[in-house]
Design a protein around this ligand. Structure first.
Ligand code: FAD
Length: 511
């Protein structure tokens, strides 16, 4: 029972009195009214004094405890070693503090946080002990509850099949689970959360209440296929634990990242998509060849017609009207037929522009070309940027572009392969910049000499002599790049051979 506080009247001395000048009654009242259980014992722990709070905490009347031993409070379950340590410390004349299990007068147990200070007499011997203790049962329960909850949460989080990471406001991982740890090894990256968050990069499918969701594709170097994750990012407001934030009430922001591996599902979808893409690309290639053949025919037919036109001019100048008129008629008919032929060239299918991941495009093109690459004994070094920004573009046109470049590289390596001990390699790399995505395609073929690097983009130019190839591949490639407001150039690859560098702006030409 709380008792009414007594007021201690300190005689005024006209200023601040030094502590040792305070009357003894002030100390007595201060101890008596303190809100912590205080007892003073003799050197054998026999209680000589107990304050009001002692009675409140233990449930004993003061008259019942004075004269008794402190051991009367013991619940008899505190390990002996603790008492041993306590007395060893006290016997050495040093203060001791710790936690003991006590029993109240009504039999209820409570956890006491106790501090004992030896009080020495003039000869330096322990004359008394000053004991101060608080009932910390409620605080202990709270601590245990927090610990249990933490263990429970960690167990649940650890058992979850999805990767979970909690990041502090400096984006450092402060809690993660087994699935997340496995990602570190699988992706070969120190902090998968960084890669996943960068991949999400505000381009999630939606945000609700600060929660962001989206799908992230992570491309891995070498022959290892890409991985897909369905991600959710949840901001969590947390209170600042530092003392200076006590009144300011400052709060920080943690981020919870949950990533489910959906690679198996996407691989299945991709397999079906690649098969469809293969036939689409074959169709497109067939149509392109047809366009190429017809364009070449038109181009070549124009040459004799131009010869006839100049002959008509010369005959007319000579006054040979008969032959020139007949020739002019033939010329006119020829031009009409050429025009008909030009009109019959099938136009490419119209295609809508959308966000395209060039890693995906290149992966598709490499997948489609795998049988040819294997047959030609060419090794491919695939170095994708782990996370690539999308470019706005026409997916099929871009696949056609890179397929044409890869086909050229395969042919070039094949040609180079006829040399002795020649490397048979193609290296494909993507790099991501702020404004553009760069694709580098290096081959170990003979390369293209500097004076022909611009010429190869001209229509019907070819460096190949055999096979009747018309050489519109690079001109068409350049056209597709230009449609996407990008640029393409040919250089020498670092290890020799040809390097084709394609730069496509992120916002492209279609926004
Ligand atoms: P033991 O530890 O076996 O000791 C038997 C008796 O000898 C007890 O009277 C003990 O007090 C005394 N004693 C033991 N060793 C020494 C020594 N080296 N020097 C002098 N006397 C010794 N215990 C609690 O369980 N709860 C408390 O709240 C509590 N408060 C205490 C407050 C103070 C100020 C002091 C000095 C001690 C307190 N103790 C408390 C310790 C308590 O005195 C007992 O040591 C303890 O309860 C173990 O009891 P026990 O019957 O097993 O006695």
């Amino acid at each position: 029972m709380a008792q009414a506080k007594k007021t201690v009247t300190v005689p005024s001395r006209g200023g601040h009195a030094p502590a040792d000048a305070l009357p003894a009654e002030v100390y007595r009242q201060a101890v008596e009214q303190a809100d912590v259980a205080i007892s003073i014992t003799d050197a054998k722990a026999n209680i000589q004094y107990a304050n009001a709070a002692f009675a409140r905490v233990t449930g004993y009347d003061r008259a019942e405890v004075v004269g008794g031993n402190e051991s009367m409070l013991s619940a008899r379950t505190t390990p002996r070693a603790i008492y041993h340590d306590m007395w060893k410390t006290l016997d050495a004349g040093r203060p001791w503090s710790g936690r003991l299990l006590n029993r109240r007068r009504d039999g209820r147990e409570y956890l006491a946080e106790l501090a004992i200070t030896p009080v020495l007499d003039a000869s330096g011997q322990v004359a008394h002990y000053l004991g101060m203790h608080r009932d910390i049962t409620a605080m202990h329960q709270l601590e245990q509850r927090v610990r249990n909850q933490k263990q429970l949460i960690e167990a649940v989080v650890d058992a979850a099949p999805m990767a979970i990471a909690l990041l502090d406001d400096r984006r450092r991982v402060i809690l993660d689970n087994q699935a997340y740890k496995k990602l570190v090894a699988d992706l070969g990256t120190a902090e998968p959360a960084e890669v996943l968050l960068a991949g999400l990069g505000g381009a999630g499918e939606g945000t609700a209440g600060g929660r962001e969701t989206g799908e992230v594709r992570i491309d891995r170097p070498g022959g290892r296929g890409p991985r897909w994750f369905s991600c959710a990012v949840l901001p969590i407001a947390v209170c600042d634990e530092s003392a200076d934030a006590f009144f300011a009430g400052a709060s920080g922001r943690h981020t919870l990242l949950v990533a489910s591996d959906i690679t198996a599902l996407r691989v299945e979808q991709e397999r079906a998509r690649t098969a469809a893409l293969k036939s689409l690309l074959a169709e497109e290639e067939h149509a392109a060849k047809l366009r190429e053949g017809l364009s070449a025919a038109v181009y070549r037919l124009e040459e004799p017609l131009n010869v006839i036109a100049s002959a008509v001019g010369r005959l007319r100048a000579r006054g040979d009207d008969g032959v020139s008129t007949a020739l002019a008629q033939a010329l006119e008919m020829g031009r009409q037929h050429v025009e008909d032929l030009r009109r019959s060239i099938p136009a490419g299918a119209p295609e809508a522009a959308l966000g395209v991941n060039l890693n995906e495009v290149l992966r598709d093109v490499l997948d489609v070309a795998t049988p040819r690459l294997l047959a030609a004994g060419i090794t491919v070094e695939w170095q994708p940027a782990p996370v690539l920004r999308s470019v706005i573009g026409r997916p099929l046109a871009l696949r056609t572009l890179f397929k044409a470049l890869l086909d050229n590289a395969i042919e070039a390596v094949g040609a180079g392969g006829r040399r002795r001990n020649a490397r048979r390699e193609i290296r494909v790399e993507t790099r991501t910049g702020r404004e553009a995505v760069e694709v580098l395609l290096d081959d170990s073929g003979p390369g293209i000499p500097p004076d022909r690097r611009l010429k190869v983009f001209e229509p019907f130019h070819t460096t190949r002599t055999a096979g009747g190839h018309l050489g519109t591949g690079l001109s068409r490639a350049q056209q597709i790049v230009a449609e996407h407001a990008g640029d393409i150039e040919i250089a020498e690859a670092p290890r020799g051979g040809c390097r084709v560098r394609v730069n496509l702006p992120v916002n492209g030409a279609f926004e």
